[in-house]
Design a protein. Structure first.
Lengths: 345, 351
């Protein structure tokens, strides 16, 4: 029996995840003098068959979050649940199995594919590493996924340098799919590709998702790609989610001033599209010493006194649309007076 | 007699006189072990004073080599400018001696490169690098040079320039570094600024700031600009006119709005239609089949023909000349108001 989509168990559930990198000083006696809070209390979930798009500028923690989900970095705090099972403390065989069920496609197919391995070895590698599949079955599986991504299965014995950028990214996608993953992490999957082949790869990713029922975590800075592929979108700023909702809501009705600035800065495809002009001043502050209160307040065009002292909470502002901003009363933590939220002005 | 070198007196303080840049049938080929690469093969365009021309194309389409050819900085001996003319005012840059080019480069034509991390020298401070052009082209030194550097830093909106002048590049953020590169390019008030993907390494909000800065500076200092990019969104925001390049040639040239509203060349049309648009929702994106061609072995005829949905017999046999297609968008402006496409669809027999 299937439950309603709303209360379906999420495939991936990320709860209060933190990742702090210590900054050490001293030669003989190295001691931490501070922490870079790369990811600071982030929570979201991905439903089966859905795409969660993460947007934000470089250094905001998107890629660190991806590494945490792939268990390539230990968490400082928090919990990641996959198919209802806590995975953060996995080791040995269960960890091996988990790595097979989560695939990854990285940005640059020129550096993510080993030049010394044949396509067969590259694509079959996740199966070799995470399962005990016999070699003949691996070869059959490689031929099958190469076909799925639109490559000739006969190309399995070639080396990556014999392929163009778009074809290499297809190889990288085939590798991510070979061990039958449920979730694939796409970290800037098309930004290194030529414009005329990006659309091919983006369409391929969407078709594969529909055919195989995959979930995607999409990290991209091109908002057009994010809107096209994503069901849910999260906006990150300095290690925290500042807005989270359905793709349509975030793009048509952005609530957080930072999201508005991002959408405004994202260049429209057509010159006749009129955008709300929000050019924000300044640059992203150092995550080593983030601003107190709301991390965006030094650059925010709508900053109020409360923003400097009280950190806003990510909370639903209107139907399911979550935002962390004092412009919305739900973001003001309890115990702070309503008068305080007005900041006296 | 060249008017440019006649400037060589005490007039360097003033902006160099606005000149028209005209590139005629430029050909830059690379001679490699695998064969001849016609990186730029018959590129012609004009850049009016104060105008911004976008040069768009995919990697390998020849946009950067076109710019390097204008500055005569093509990597030799593999690369050679084998034909064409580049007129700045009434000087043909391709006929100048090496020595004369040194006086023109940075003075009349200067360039902003993609990555400020590699175009700035990490072992010299900002003052030294920003001041180099003023020292060389204007003969400034001592206090005069110091003041000039601070003036340049103020132009590009560097806060506290007297302090920042002593910083090294690593002490600055990416956006600030790229503004330093802008200050270097502006230091002799050139009449033409070539910006080669200047915002590719910047974040979107910083990119928006930088593009705004370039537009403001252009207003203040009246230079014309060649803006190289692969991003149609940037073209829409900063360029007056656009030239679309494919496999070493310009396939379409039109005022910006006109190009977006009525792209003529099938490549430009397909490329614009394939862009995922953050403002709309669609089920599937329009794709362009196939891959960009290898420049080592270009097909005879039009290099886009194998990927083109409207290819005819003649397309695979003969490279199309550039046809004037006429302005379709009445709102489109920009001198000269012409819309050209190198495509047989616009040949006389097909009109």
């Amino acid at each position: 029996m299937t439950t309603a989509a709303g209360n379906q168990q999420p495939l991936l559930d990320v709860q209060h995840v933190r990742k702090y990198f210590p900054v050490n000083k001293g030669v003989l006696f190295r001691r931490p003098v501070g922490y870079i809070k790369a990811v600071d209390d982030v929570a979201f979930s991905i439903a089966p068959g859905e795409t969660f798009g993460l947007v934000g500028e470089s250094g905001c923690g998107k890629s660190t979050l991806a590494k945490l989900i792939l268990l390539l970095e230990p968490l400082t705090d928090g919990e990641i649940t996959f198919e209802g099972q806590a995975v953060t403390r996995l080791s040995g065989d269960p960890l091996r199995k988990y790595r097979g069920t989560v695939g990854a496609v990285l940005q640059d197919p020129f550096s993510s594919l080993s030049p010394r391995m044949r396509v067969r070895e590259i694509v079959g590698d996740p199966l070799t590493v995470t399962t005990d599949t016999p070699k003949r079955q691996i070869d059959e599986r490689v031929a099958e996924v190469l076909d799925q991504v639109g490559l000739n299965p006969a190309s399995a014995s070639n080396y990556p340098h014999e392929f163009s950028g778009g074809q290499r990214q297809r190889i990288a996608i085939a590798r991510a799919l070979s061990a039958f993953p449920r979730l694939v992490i796409l970290d800037e999957p098309v930004s290194a590709l030529d414009a005329s082949i990006r659309a091919q790869i983006i369409n391929l990713l969407k078709a594969l998702q529909q055919d195989l029922g995959l979930s995607y975590l999409l990290i991209a800075h091109d908002l057009g790609t994010v809107r096209f592929l994503s069901d849910q979108v999260g906006v990150m700023y300095l290690g925290q989610l500042v807005e989270k909702s359905t793709s349509r809501q975030v793009f048509t009705n952005p609530l957080h001033p930072y999201t508005r600035a991002l959408l405004s800065a994202a260049l429209p495809v057509r010159p006749d599209v009129q955008r709300e002009e929000v050019v924000i001043s300044g640059e992203v502050p150092s995550p080593l010493d983030p601003p107190s209160g709301c991390r965006f307040f030094p650059r925010c065009p709508a900053a109020m006194p409360i923003c400097e002292t009280v950190q806003p909470l990510l909370a639903p502002a209107e139907d399911g649309h979550e935002v962390a901003c004092h412009l919305y009363p739900t973001s003001v933590p309890q115990g702070t007076t309503a008068a305080g939220s007005r900041g006296g002005g | 007699m060249t008017t440019l070198s006649s400037h060589s007196g005490n007039t360097y303080d003033a902006p160099s006189s606005p000149s028209r840049l005209e590139v005629k049938d430029l050909q830059t080929w690379f001679y490699t072990r695998r064969g001849v690469v016609k990186a730029v093969d018959g590129v012609s365009f004009t850049l009016e004073p104060g105008e911004t021309l976008g040069l768009v194309g995919e990697s390998g389409s020849g946009k950067s080599i076109t710019c390097l050819s204008i500055l005569r900085l093509v990597p030799e001996p593999a690369g050679r400018i084998i034909g064409g003319e580049v007129w700045l005012g009434d000087t043909d840059l391709l006929q100048q001696s090496r020595h004369e080019m040194e006086k023109i480069r940075g003075r009349h034509v200067s360039m902003v490169l993609q990555d400020p991390m590699t175009s700035l020298n990490p072992v010299f401070n900002v003052e030294k690098q920003v001041g180099e052009g003023s020292m060389y082209h204007m003969g400034l030194h001592g206090t005069g040079l110091k003041e000039r550097v601070q003036q340049l830093l103020r132009w590009v909106r560097i806060p506290a320039p007297e302090v920042r002048a002593n910083d090294y590049p690593h002490q600055m953020s990416g956006g600030m570094r790229q503004r330093i590169v802008g200050a270097i390019a502006l230091s002799s008030q050139p009449s033409v600024l070539i910006a080669d993907e200047p915002t590719t390494s910047l974040d979107v909000t910083i990119q928006a700031q930088y593009l705004q800065l370039l537009k403001d500076l252009q207003e203040e200092h009246r230079f014309s600009m060649i803006f190289v990019t692969h991003d149609f969104g940037i073209v829409a925001r900063v360029c007056d006119r656009v030239a679309v390049m494919y496999a070493g040639r310009i396939v379409e040239m039109a005022p910006t709005r006109e190009l977006f509203s009525t792209p003529r060349h099938p490549y430009a049309r397909a490329l614009i239609n394939s862009l995922p648009d953050p403002d709309t929702e669609v089920e599937w994106l329009t794709t362009i089949p196939g891959q960009p061609p290898s420049l080592y072995d270009l097909p005879p005829g039009c290099p886009f023909a194998p990927r083109c949905s409207e290819a005819m017999d003649i397309c695979t046999q003969q490279y199309p000349p550039t046809f004037e297609t006429g302005i379709a968008d009445p709102g489109a402006t920009g001198p000269p108001a012409s819309h050209t496409a190198a495509c047989w669809l616009y040949g006389d027999s097909n009109r």
